[in-house]
Design a protein around this ligand. Structure first.
Ligand code: MF3
Ligand code: CO
Length: 269
C-alpha cells in the first residue's frame, strides 16, 4: 500500500481530531499529580471524547482496553491505566488518540509528577526536542529517514540514552497506524520522498539506560529490561500545499517549537 495522500479538506478534519487530542492531553497534564490514578486520567479522557463528539482509536485496538496509554517510570509505552496512585517523582507518559469523521489524531507526552529529578527532566526534554527536530527534518522533498536521522542525532548530542528500536512513528490518516513506519534512528537519505498531503506521527521513545525492552504479561506494557526510566513524546504533522508543515496535534500547530528551529508553519489550515 502506498502512503496515503490527504486533501486539504481531509487534513482539516485531521486537525479537528488533532485538536481534541492536543486539548485532552493538556487537561491530563494538569491532572497528573501524586495520588491520582491512571484510571482516573483515562476517565477524564473518556469524558473529553464525549464532549467533543469524538471516538477513541485506542479502545479495542487489537483488544486494547482503554482510551489512553499510561506508562510510569520504567514503563515506556503502552501501559494500561490502573488503580495504583501516581507517586511523587514518577515519570508519567500519556499517549492518546481520537477520531473525527473517520480521521485520526495521535499524540503523547511525558511529565514528572511532584518533585522533579533534574536527570529525569533532561530525559524528557531530550525526548521532546528530538521529536521537534524530527518534524523539522520532515520537509517536502526530503527523504523519510532524514526524520529518523535528525531524531537520533539530537538524542545522541544530549547524552547516553537508549533509543527504542522495536517501536517508532507511523503514517496516520483514515487509520491510526499507516505506512510508512518511521524509525527513530538510522542513516539519513533513505526511504520514500516526503510529499504534500502526507501525515506522519513522530514519536521518539528513549530511556536513561539501555534500549532493550520487554512486554509485560498484560501483553501491552513495554518496560525497559534494565529498569531504567523512559520518556515518550508524539505529535502528528502534515505537509501542506504551500510545502510547509502543520502540527495537527499541537495547539499552536507547531508555530513556537518549529519556529525556534527556523521552520515556518503553514497557514492553510
Ligand atoms: N498511540 C500509540 C502509537 O503511538 C498506539 C497505542 S496502542 C493502543 O502508535 F493499543 F493503545 F492503541
Ligand atoms: Co503513534
Amino acid at each position: 500500500m502506498a502512503i496515503q495522500i490527504k486533501t486539504l479538506d481531509q487534513l482539516k478534519l485531521m486537525r479537528r481530531a488533532g485538536l481534541v487530542v492536543g486539548e485532552t492531553l493538556e487537561i491530563l497534564r494538569e491532572a497528573i499529580k501524586p495520588g491520582v490514578t491512571t484510571n482516573h486520567l483515562n476517565e477524564i479522557a473518556v469524558k473529553n471524547l464525549k464532549v467533543n463528539k469524538a471516538k477513541p482509536n485506542f479502545l479495542n485496538y487489537h483488544g486494547y482496553p482503554a482510551v489512553i496509554c499510561a506508562s510510569v517510570n520504567d514503563e515506556i509505552v503502552h501501559g494500561i491505566p490502573n488503580d495504583r496512585p501516581i507517586k511523587d517523582g514518577d515519570i508519567v507518559s500519556i499517549d492518546f488518540g481520537a477520531i473525527i469523521e473517520g480521521w485520526h489524531g495521535d499524540a503523547a507526552f511525558s511529565v514528572i509528577a511532584g518533585t522533579v529529578d533534574p536527570e529525569d527532566q533532561k530525559l524528557l526534554d531530550t525526548c521532546e526536542q528530538s521529536m521537534w527536530e524530527g518534524i523539522a527534518a520532515g520537509k517536502v522533498g526530503a527523504k523519510l529517514t532524514d526524520i529518523s536521522y535528525a531524531i537520533e542525532k539530537y538524542i545522541h548530542s544530549q547524552g547516553h540514552y537508549g533509543i527504542l528500536r522495536e517501536y517508532g512513528g507511523h503514517g496516520i490518516g483514515t487509520e491510526m497506524h499507516q505506512e510508512p513506519h518511521v524509525l527513530n534512528f538510522g542513516a539519513a537519505g533513505l526511504g520514500p520522498e516526503l510529499k504534500v498531503g502526507m501525515a506522519l506521527a513522530i514519536e521518539p521513545m528513549i530511556t536513561r539506560g539501555s534500549a532493550k525492552t520487554k512486554v509485560l504479561d498484560d501483553e501491552w506494557t513495554v518496560v525497559s529490561q534494565d529498569g531504567s526510566r523512559g520518556a515518550h513524546f508524539e505529535n502528528s504533522f502534515a505537509l501542506l500545499e504551500d510545502a510547509k508543515p502543520f502540527v495537527l496535534t499541537s495547539l499552536d500547530g507547531g508555530k513556537e517549537k518549529l519556529g525556534a528551529l527556523g521552520i515556518e508553519i503553514s497557514n492553510l489550515i
